[in-house]
Design a protein around this ligand. Sequence first.
Ligand SMILES: [Fe+2]
Ligand SMILES: [Fe+2]
Length: 282
Amino acid sequence: MAVADIKRLIAKVEDLPTLPRTVLRITEMVNDPRASARDLSRIITDDQVLTARLLKLVNSSFYGFPQRVSTVTGAIVLIGFDAIRNLLLTTSVFDLFPSPTSRGRRHQESLWDHSLGCAIGAKAIGGILRYEKLEELFVAGLLHDIGKIVTMTMLPEQFERITSRVIEDRLLISNAEAEILGCTHADIGRLLAQRWNLPAKLMGLIEHHHHPSAAGAWATEASIVHLADILTRALSLGSGGDDKVPSVDRFAWELLKLKEGSLDSIMAAMLDEFDDIGSFFR
Ligand SMILES: [Fe+2]
Ligand SMILES: [Fe+2]
């Protein structure tokens, strides 16, 4: 792809929607050491949609608290500032890209299911590895393919061509993207994450989910998202844009040191949670 094309693509990315004000304010507040749970709670309760989403989430099986959580302050204290920011961010992101056509909406819905499957898978793998911040893995899974949404909604003609190449020549979507756009959804996702000032780690995981060995300090997390992506494909949860199940990156497999037998329990957990957690995020 010529330099001019890349520039055009980035110019398009410049037109991307910005995050809702409330989410931005929450992001700022999470980074402010002086902010208290009450300050954060005040901002969230100003927004009825976010409040409802948050309370629904903390009361879902995702957290599995034994007692009902009925206040925003209670939710913040129980799951923490970072978790709140990440989850509200995620639930807002997909609303930002409305698709004009019903075909586009179908593509978006199956990508959303694919993303949700990957998020649940990343959390399940993290659980087996006793990784501490499971919700961080969940969010990375939900957003790993966000670059595809950009192509679907902002570059519809190119997206059509990519889809045709995938179907006619049985290509992986990444290969079709590289051919038609000169870059992949991982690169575009990175641009979007940068524009939204998402945490550097999340940006790195979005950029390197297909090549976890390039993720440096976050190679473990990138390997987890990478494996979860492939397991989601193996289970046919939604669609990542093609129906292939690529092999797991060798570096990632060796790094994670999972027993082959644990793949079955991870996949069983994914199927179990998909409908349950899905009802919250869909
Ligand atoms: Fe991907
Ligand atoms: Fe994916």
